[in-house]
Design a protein around this ligand. Structure first.
Ligand SMILES: [Zn+2]
Length: 83
C-alpha cells in the first residue's frame, strides 16, 4: 500500500468516525445507498466490492476512491467520473 493510499485511508477513517456516521450506515444499508456520498449503491464490479458494501455500506465509487485508489485503476471497467 502506497503513501497516497494511506492518506486516503486516514481521510476515510476520519469520515467514518463522525457521530452521524452510525445513523447514516443503517440508513444507507436499508436504502441501498452509500453512507459516504449518499449515492446509489446498486452496481459493483465484483464479488469483493459487493461484499465490501454489505460490510461497510460504501459504494463502488467510494471504494475506488478510498480503498483501492491506484492499485486497481488498471482493472477499472467503468470510466472515471468527475466528483
Ligand atoms: Zn459513495
Amino acid at each position: 500500500m502506497g503513501e497516497k493510499n494511506m492518506e486516503r485511508l486516514d481521510e476515510l477513517i476520519r469520515i467514518l468516525s463522525t457521530p452521524a456516521m452510525r445513523t447514516r450506515h443503517s440508513k444507507a444499508m436499508s436504502t441501498r445507498t452509500c453512507k459516504i456520498c449518499d449515492g446509489p449503491a446498486l452496481r459493483f464490479r465484483d464479488a469483493v466490492s459487493s461484499f465490501e458494501y454489505r460490510v461497510s455500506a460504501i459504494c463502488q465509487d467510494c471504494q475506488d476512491k478510498y480503498l483501492y485508489a491506484a492499485d486497481r485503476r488498471s482493472n477499472q471497467t467503468m470510466p472515471p467520473r468527475p466528483l
